[in-house]
Design a protein. Structure first.
Length: 481
């Protein structure tokens, strides 16, 4: 194989001298570089080393390719044997824990997981039958005999009740389901696919107290419900009516709401969020929404960034009006999340709708993740965040068309910025000079903090060679894959 001799010589030099420098000149035993121009030293030696290095790299790529095929083939043969041997050695307690993890990660439409696991082998069936949580999901679409068996096997575990296929059943079948699951309602920990017509049916089955209920997933309904739910902390709503009078509003910690083609009252929504004094996580998804709030109404807003929380997520899609987004930003400006996620995938007239109705930049938090469909001036965004907030540590930017037009010298404001980690994903980056400006400004050796990192993920318009050469200039803080 061409280049093997040079590669062995290079490896020998590295083995002999661990301080062998990347720009050292070494002599190989392969063919010599021709010197038709009669170059003088050190140019002739440098050119010879360059050619030998290229042959080494070519040989190394071939070796890597062949070894990769061998490793993949061996892995395919080893994995079934490793899995079988691992399960054989594994204690029942650990195997039960793995089954619980598989059960937790399976979606409701994959609720056959427990039955499948219990039919693999005698040992797995024994472990599964003695793991109560595997039998804790009760679907209204399941046969009554299976539901009774699940309840029996679930022991004292919390129960998850799913009403997805309610409309497939007649009234007598619905009644029969609640006659079976109603007596264990004190163990219900979650109800999914709940809607207005289903609430009276549950109540008529004698269910009025749900002392263990922690999560509700609702659609097309008023979230004011007649049950006693002292542990309710999580609500997921699809086109639901939210008011400050909704059930147990002050004890909710996690709220996920989706509105599709709704005429939204931002002020009532804002008042509802203000009443959620225990809120830690809020997720809002708007698709094709308009705003019905009259300009004569005004909500009393708390002080900006005065309410600490963990996560705030806002997703905007379809033909949602820019005015709705801006007013929503203003209504939520009192929140101070540790992490904020904003996804703007709607047909916006604004190149980057990231400001509230007062013109103030809205993204806030130690970690900010932005998914922007429209063209975005990256330098301008980072400059605004750096000048307004000193808590921003990480920014993750997924933007197909970021630009780096410089409004002011980036070295001035980046040097004192609190930002430590910047990741740009799936972006069409061009020209290369703009990327160099960003990298040199953000990873400048003049910065006091050497912990900064700049990552480019799936940015296919830039070559591997470009990143490698740029890394030589700015250091290991630059990463890409």
């Amino acid at each position: 194989m061409d280049g093997v001799d040079e590669l062995l010589t290079l490896l020998t030099a590295w083995k002999r001298d661990t301080n062998f420098a990347q720009d050292d000149v070494y002599g190989g035993h392969g063919q010599r570089c021709e010197n038709p121009q009669s170059y003088v030293e050190p140019l002739v030696s440098l050119r010879r080393s360059l050619e030998e290095s290229k042959r080494c790299m070519k040989a190394l790529d071939r070796v890597r390719q062949d070894l990769g095929k061998t490793i993949r083939a061996l892995r395919r043969r080893c994995m079934p044997l490793i899995l079988h041997d691992g399960i054989r050695r594994m204690p029942d307690e650990l195997l039960a824990h793995i089954l619980e993890m598989g059960h937790a990660s399976a979606n409701w439409d994959e609720s056959e997981f427990s039955l499948t696991a219990s039919h693999v082998s005698h040992r797995l069936r024994h472990v599964a039958l003695h793991t109560p949580v595997l039998w804790s999901r009760l679907s209204i679409a399941g046969p009554l005999d299976r539901i009774r068996a699940f309840i029996s096997r679930s022991g004292h575990a919390n129960l998850e009740v799913d009403l997805l296929f309610w409309h497939h059943l007649n009234v007598s079948q619905q009644t029969a389901f609640f006659n079976v699951v109603g007596p264990v309602s004190r163990r219900w920990s979650s109800i999914t696919h709940l809607s207005d017509p289903r609430v009276p049916a549950i109540t008529s089955a004698g269910v009025s107290e749900l002392p263990n209920l922690r999560h509700l997933s609702c659609c097309y309904m008023d979230l004011t419900m007649p049950w006693t739910m002292p542990l309710l902390t999580s609500i997921q709503g699809y086109d639901c009516r939210c008011t400050p009078q909704m059930s147990h509003v002050s004890q909710l910690t996690s709220i996920h709401l989706r509105f599709v083609e709704q005429c939204m009252d931002i002020i009532v929504l804002s008042e509802t969020f203000h009443a959620m004094r225990s809120m830690r996580d809020l997720s809002l998804k708007l698709c094709g929404c308009t705003n019905q709030t009259s300009s004569s109404r005004a909500a009393a807003l708390p002080e900006r960034h005065s309410f600490n929380m963990d996560t705030l997520e806002i997703y905007v899609e379809g033909f949602t009006l820019d005015a709705v987004v801006g007013q929503l930003y203003s209504a939520l400006s009192y929140l101070a999340p540790s992490m904020m996620v904003i996804s703007l995938q709607h047909a916006s007239e604004d190149m980057a709708l990231l400001h509230d109705t007062d013109g103030l930049v809205f993204p806030y938090g130690s970690t900010i993740r932005l998914l922007i469909k429209q063209p975005l001036n990256t330098f301008r965004l980072l400059e605004e965040l750096s000048r307004v907030y000193d808590i921003v540590r990480s920014v993750y930017l997924v933007a197909p068309e970021p630009s780096f037009s410089v409004r002011s010298p980036p070295y001035l404001w980046m040097a004192g910025s609190s930002l430590r980690h910047l990741r740009i994903e799936k972006a069409r980056l061009f020209p290369e000079d703009d990327v160099k400006i960003l990298a040199k400004a953000f990873l400048s050796p003049n910065n006091d903090d050497r912990s900064r990192s700049l990552e480019f993920v799936s940015c296919e318009t830039l070559s591997e060679d470009f990143f490698m050469e740029l890394q030589d200039e700015v250091g290991d803080g630059l990463k890409w894959w």
